[in-house]
Design a binder for this molecule. Structure first.
Ligand SMILES: [Fe+2]
Length: 430
């Protein structure tokens, strides 16, 4: 089942959208009275004083302001964790995991959220949390709000609708969505089950990667990012708001749907992107360029070129490099790399890395093609070759990525992962 929703386009544009005519004030944000007796509310994901080019904020015109909610109480964090991870020691080992199992009991998005790893500091607003969701039920009468960072959804299985204060986004495998820090949302399943990866970005909001000498077009193009149109519901009931704040989960009663925004304007709204629109740029001569050429979104860290988090994809593409070892080269790297697979096979690992699975190669931990892939690729006839039905991705960060206890000691970990390199032979004939 695929649902078609209406969207506005253009990365980070100053959008305006209203369900009822005239709900958006003209020429000002906060008139003495708003049309239809709505409340005006500003929503900032950057400091008021952030430079204009980085500044992100919305104005909502809503049925009730967000202060109309109950008192928070702490609830069990279940398997949700935040950085720094202190429950287990982070080893420098290369790590890999099988997919998280799909639930058999009724499980919604919040129930089915498990943290695989995190880095940096949630309270220091640097680093990321890496989660997996696995659900078989829509969120009914409950809403989620993450004060700790924006959420990048990378679906692997199923199709979901993200209902948000700004409107609705439908996403499925092969697409991504980003929900800004603090935007309330709920997840509706359009399929019996849904599973995917989430990168929670504690740092600066994502921007599009620079293009350098490539020029004015290419990679992820601004016009392909889609934003929801305003869409409100006027609904009362015994509902629940779950908020992640400072690394912990809290709940409060909320007597109405928070999706009561009749009109909004601004540049800090949820958005989606179809990864098949990524304009892949690669060598037409020789050598394997660094994977940074596949960066879709990046969150800068303050040090030029050293990202808090890069979201990198490995899409279908042609390989034409001459006299070149075509899979990813063996390497060790200052950056830490968490990978997942949405579809098919990743070219460095033909065995054991499956859709829904994950791998982690931390700062300076060696990695690269498994033994069999090396043998095949170093002896292959180098005709132009099309990589089809594949979509791997990487969350790459400057901070050491710390797996959780669930990830290190749970049953999804593949204990013998490093065996994939055991068959590498000494070939030296000096
Ligand atoms: Fe790597």
């Amino acid at each position: 089942m695929t649902i078609e929703l209406e969207y506005m386009t253009g990365f980070g544009n100053e959008f305006e959208t209203e369900v009822l005519p005239g709900a958006l004030p003209i020429g000002q944000f906060s008139p003495q009275k708003v049309k239809y007796d709505l409340y005006a509310e500003q929503f900032n994901v950057t400091a008021f004083t952030a430079p204009r080019c980085d500044n992100r904020r919305n104005w909502f015109y809503r049925i009730r302001p967000s202060v109309v909610q109950g008192e928070y109480e702490a609830i069990d964090n279940a398997l949700v964790r935040s950085a720094p991870i202190t429950e287990v020691v982070t080893p420098p080992s290369m790590l890999r995991w099988d997919p998280v199992e799909l639930p058999t009991e009724k499980t919604d998005f919040i129930d089915g959220l498990v943290t695989m790893a995190a880095n940096g500091s949630v309270n220091g607003q640097a680093g990321i949390g890496i989660h997996i969701y696995a659900a078989n039920s829509s969120m009914e009468g409950r809403y989620f709000c993450n004060a700790d960072g924006e959420l990048l959804f990378v679906p692997e299985l199923g199709e979901i609708i993200l209902h948000t204060e700004c409107g609705k986004l439908a996403i499925k495998a092969g697409e991504i969505a980003v929900i800004p820090r603090g935007i309330k949302f709920s997840v509706e399943l359009l399929t019996d089950t849904a599973r995917g990866y989430i990168c929670e970005n504690y740092g600066q909001p994502y921007v599009l990667a620079e293009r350098g000498p490539v020029g004015a077009n290419g990679y992820a193009n601004d016009r392909d990012f889609e934003y929801p149109i305003a869409c409100f519901e006027d609904k009362q009931g015994d509902f629940e708001l779950v908020t992640k704040f400072g690394g912990n989960l809290f709940r409060c009663d909320i007597g109405h749907s928070p999706f009561d925004v009749v009109a909004w304007t601004g540049n800090s709204a949820p958005y989606k992107y179809d990864l098949s629109r990524f304009n892949v740029i690669n060598t037409v001569s020789f050598d394997h360029p660094d994977p940074s050429i596949f960066t879709v979104l990046t969150s800068p860290s303050g040090t030029p070129g050293v990202a808090n988090i890069d979201f990198v994809v490995f899409p279908p593409r042609w390989m034409v490099a001459e006299n070149t070892f075509r899979p990813p080269y063996y390497h060790r790297n200052m950056m830490s790399e968490f990978m997942g697979l949405i579809e098919g096979v990743y070219d460095a690992k033909e065995h054991g890395f499956v859709p829904g699975g994950s791998s982690l190669h931390n700062c300076m931990s060696p990695h690269g093609p498994e033994a069999e892939v090396f043998e095949k690729a170093s002896n292959a006839e180098l005709a132009p070759q099309r990589y089809e039905n594949t979509m791997a991705f990487m969350f790459e960060s400057r901070y050491i990525i710390q797996p959780t206890k669930f990830a290190l000691e749970g049953k999804t970990r593949q204990p013998n992962y490093s065996q994939c390199w055991k068959g590498i032979k000494k070939k030296f004939k000096g």
